[in-house]
Design a protein around this ligand. Structure first.
Ligand SMILES: C[S@@+](CC[C@H](N)C(=O)[O-])C[C@H]1O[C@@H](n2cnc3c(N)ncnc32)[C@H](O)[C@@H]1O
Length: 235
């Protein structure tokens, strides 16, 4: 069930960035979301709603915030957290409650799990980092049981009348915080550009619908800069 495939192309750049920022990822996230990230992760855990003693997979688990929130909310559920960054997983493994979770290195593009093996899938800030969005969501559809739910936390390109102000904020504040809090402007310049360039929730929903998901919905958070999106695999 393990994989150690070497990421390539966009994947290898993203991999390098997350290996580098692992040590200050939680601190930066706290500052950038004004402490809201943990609350969103708890909402993701609440929305995945697995059956008692079910199986939930948290993809791109990073330092494990969603996986830990899921394990805490559903003590009888088996939670697995995967990420392709060993540095991020190393941080996750040291957190209180981490012993309840199965941590594993894996690439979201080639998940080392059997078809229909999970009752629920969660993920935070994975999709804007991947090269092949339909391929990655297709993998999730493959390993999800019919009736199982995927819940996605993602950044969201700004839209509507606030778009210019929010765009300015993301362009200016995110790299600045990267510089001040983490002394790493370039990694957070990547976050800024990948946020502004990523698909809208409507576009992600279209991909999910095309793959055979139903009951798709989403709620934007934090001036429309973040979104929680959910969908159910048709039975
Ligand atoms: C911004 S962090 C999010 C971590 C966590 N989900 C959270 O909400 O705090 C993105 C994570 O995605 C992981 N990642 C990006 N592309 C991946 C891929 N193709 N396969 C597995 N993990 C990936 C990175 O290593 C990183 O830990």
């Amino acid at each position: 069930m393990t994989t150690d495939r070497t990421p390539r192309d966009k994947g290898s750049d993203v991999h390098r960035i997350f290996e580098k920022i692992a040590g200050y990822y939680d601190r930066m996230n706290f500052v950038m979301t004004l402490g809201r990230h943990a609350r969103w992760c708890r909402e993701v855990a609440a929305r995945v709603a697995p059956p008692t003693a079910g199986q939930v997979l948290d993809i791109a688990t990073g330092t494990g915030v969603i996986a830990l929130a899921t394990a805490q909310r559903y003590p009888a559920v088996t939670v697995t957290g995967v990420d392709f960054s060993e540095e991020m997983l190393a941080r996750a493994r040291t957190k209180p409650g981490a012993e309840a979770i199965r941590w594993q290195q894996a690439d979201a593009a080639r998940l080392p799990f059997d078809d229909e093996s999970f009752d629920g899938i969660t993920e935070g800030y994975l999709l804007r980092n991947v090269e092949d969005l339909p391929g990655v969501l297709g993998e999730q559809h493959r390993i999800l049981k019919p009736g199982g739910r995927v819940v996605i936390l993602e950044t969201c390109p700004p839209s509507g009348p606030v778009k210019p102000v929010v765009e300015w904020g993301v362009r200016t504040i995110v790299p600045l915080l990267g510089q001040v809090v983490a002394r790493d402007r370039s990694s957070y310049a990547y976050l800024e550009s990948s946020t502004l360039a990523f698909e809208s929730p409507e576009q992600v929903a279209d991909v999910l619908r095309g793959l055979g998901f139903r009951d798709i919905g989403w709620r934007k958070r934090f001036f429309g800069t973040n979104v929680i999106l959910w969908a159910t695999k048709s039975s």
